[in-house]
Design a protein around this ligand. Structure first.
Ligand code: 5RP
Length: 271
C-alpha cells in the first residue's frame, strides 16, 4: 500500500486498536432534515471529540463543521436521489475527487444497490471511484444500502453485496448487522463496519449489536441515528467507543452510558 493510502486508512481505522467509530451524518443527502439532525452543527459539535471519523456530504461539512477542528472526514460522494423520488437506487457520483482532495478527506463513500434495477450502474460507479481513489491514495467506503428493502437484511444477501464490493477493490465495506454475521465478515476480505439502522428500542440493544458485530469480525461502526437520536448522544457515542476500542461488554458499556448521562444535561439538537 502506498504511503498516502496507508496514512489515510490509519486516519479511519485506528492503528492502536485496529478499530473505528465512524459517526454517520449523511442522512440528509436523500432524507432532507432528518429528526435530530435538522441543524447539523448543533448535532455534530458535541460529538466531534468522540468520533474517529465523521461521514457526511461536502455541503454539511463546509457549512456545519469548523475547519479548525481536528477530525477525519469520509466524504459521501454519491447521491442524486430523494426519498420521494421514483427510485432511491438511481444514484450517481455527486462530488469530484478534486473537491474531495481540497477538503483534505481521509476517505470517500458511495452506495451500491445490489439486486435493484441500478445494480450495474452503482457497481460501476464504485469501480470508477476505486480507480480514482487508487490514483490519489484515497480509500473508498462501499456502502451496501438496503433502504426500503430491509427484508433483504440477511447474511446471504449481505455477504453477496459485501463480497462484490471487496472484489471491486473497496477499501472498507459498510453493511448492516444480521443473524449469522460471521458469514458476511468471513466472505469479505475487506474490513467491515456496520451501520446502526433505525433507532433501536433501548441503549442495551445498540450496545449488544455493536458488541456482537465486533465479536463476529467487524472493525467498527459507521453509526448515525442510534447515536444522535438518543436523548444523550455524547453518553451514547462514548459507550459505543468503550465497546469498539476498549473491549467493554454491553452491560459494562451501559453502566458507562448511565454514569455519563447522570453527569450531563439532556442534549436535544432540536425538537
Ligand atoms: C445511508 C447511510 C447512513 O450513513 C447509514 O445508514 C448509517 O446511519 P444509521 O446508523 O443511522 O443507519 O449510509 O445509506
Amino acid at each position: 500500500m502506498d504511503w498516502g493510502m496507508e496514512n489515510r486508512m490509519a486516519r479511519i481505522i485506528k492503528p492502536d486498536t485496529g478499530r473505528t467509530v465512524m459517526l454517520a451524518l449523511d442522512h440528509g443527502y436523500f432524507l432532507g432534515p432528518t429528526h435530530r439532525i435538522e441543524e447539523p452543527r448543533k448535532t455534530i459539535e458535541p460529538l466531534l471529540p468522540y468520533a474517529d471519523t465523521i461521514m457526511l456530504t461536502r455541503g454539511v461539512l463546509r457549512t456545519s463543521v469548523d475547519p479548525k477542528s481536528i477530525t477525519n472526514v469520509v466524504l459521501r460522494v454519491s447521491g442524486g436521489v430523494s426519498i420521494i423520488g421514483p427510485s432511491l437506487s438511481d444514484e450517481g457520483l455527486t462530488t469530484s475527487l478534486k473537491d474531495a482532495i481540497r477538503l483534505n478527506v481521509a476517505g470517500i463513500g458511495i452506495s451500491v444497490f445490489v439486486g435493484t434495477d441500478h445494480e450495474r450502474q452503482t457497481l460501476l460507479n464504485l469501480a470508477e471511484l476505486v480507480n480514482l481513489g487508487e490514483d490519489y491514495g484515497i480509500p473508498v467506503l462501499g456502502i451496501t444500502a438496503v433502504g426500503k428493502e430491509l427484508e433483504k437484511r440477511d447474511a446471504r444477501f449481505l455477504s453477496l453485496c459485501c463480497r462484490i464490493c471487496a472484489e471491486l477493490g473497496t477499501h472498507i465495506v459498510k453493511t448492516y448487522y444480521c443473524e449469522d454475521f460471521e458469514k458476511v465478515t468471513n466472505g469479505c476480505p475487506a474490513p467491515i463496519v456496520i451501520a446502526g439502522g433505525p433507532k433501536l428500542e433501548t441503549e442495551v440493544d445498540v450496545l449488544e449489536m455493536t458488541y456482537n458485530a465486533i465479536e463476529q469480525g467487524a472493525v467498527g461502526v459507521d453509526m448515525g441515528r442510534n447515536i444522535w437520536q438518543n436523548d444523550h448522544p455524547v453518553a451514547m457515542i462514548r459507550a459505543i467507543r468503550s465497546v469498539v476500542h476498549e473491549g467493554f461488554k454491553p452491560k459494562q458499556a451501559h453502566e458507562l452510558f448511565k454514569s455519563i448521562k447522570a453527569e450531563q444535561p439532556k442534549k436535544v439538537a432540536s425538537v
